[in-house]
Structures are given as structure tokens and as C-alpha cells.
Design a protein. Structure first.
Length: 138
């Protein structure tokens, strides 16, 4: 950000670059290095190269691979890269793995379920307390 401001002011030739760098607290060599690299740092350049490689890997693997599979494939093709970096680059590129839901069998369906027996015969009157209990199970 500071280097971009210096570049804007340097085109106006209002102040010399050495004066601006000294007052903004950056080195002249850093400014000129930034200018020759096109405003990108090494990390941005390697991220761009890794993103293209990750896109190729994601397209070549079947079934929309996630971070772990892409990271494993990337480890075989490129120098060591952390899995969090792969996650960050995949997220920035809009690549996402498939997340299938876990399938669980919760109910065993029978052809004809057995009805609960009617033990009180639909007679809900009781002569004394605590002699007949009933509940409605939906």
C-alpha cells in the first residue's frame, strides 16, 4: 500500500523517491524491488501457481475431492505445502469437495407392524385410583 502511494507520487515528480521512502519508513531498495516484481510478493506468485495446479488436480480426480485428497496429490507433484494453505487456496478459488451425509438406518420397517394390544378395552372409567393407566403414543 505504501509502495503504491510512492509510485503514484513518483510519477508526478513532486518529491524524489528517496525523500518519500525516508519519510514513510520504507527502504528504497524495497520500493524498487516491489516495482520490478509488479507489486506481487513471492507468496502471491506461488499462491497463483499453486492455485492453477490445485484446479488441475481437482478437475482430474473423480468425485469432487476435498482438501485431504488434493493435498495428498499435491504432495506427490510439488514441494511440501501445508494442508491449511491448500484449504485457503481452494476456498479462494471456489473449489469444494463433496460432503456426503452419513447414512444411518434408524428404523427397521416391517411388512405389517404389530398393533399394541388394547388391555383396557376402551373402558376409561376406574372404580378406584391407580387401577387403570393409559397413554396415547403417537
Amino acid at each position: 500500500m505504501i509502495y503504491a502511494a510512492i509510485a503514484d507520487w513518483a510519477t508526478d515528480s513532486e518529491y524524489p523517491v528517496s525523500f518519500m521512502c525516508a519519510h514513510l519508513g520504507v527502504s528504497r531498495s524495497g520500493y524498487y524491488r516491489w516495482r520490478t516484481t509488479g507489486g506481487q510478493c513471492d507468496r502471491d506468485r506461488t499462491d497463483a501457481a499453486l492455485t492453477t495446479l490445485i484446479r488441475q488436480i481437482h478437475a482430474s480426480l473423480r468425485g469432487d475431492p476435498g482438501v485431504r485428497r488434493v493435498w495428498a496429490e499435491l504432495a506427490a507433484r510439488a514441494p511440501a505445502v501445508a494442508h491449511k494453505r491448500v484449504w485457503r487456496l481452494m476456498k479462494a478459488a471456489g473449489l469444494q469437495g463433496r460432503h456426503p451425509q452419513a447414512w444411518r438406518r434408524t428404523t427397521v420397517a416391517d411388512a405389517r407392524p404389530v398393533d399394541a394390544p388394547d388391555l383396557i378395552g376402551q373402558d376409561f372409567t376406574a372404580e378406584q385410583p391407580d387401577t387403570r393407566w393409559c397413554a396415547d403414543i403417537a
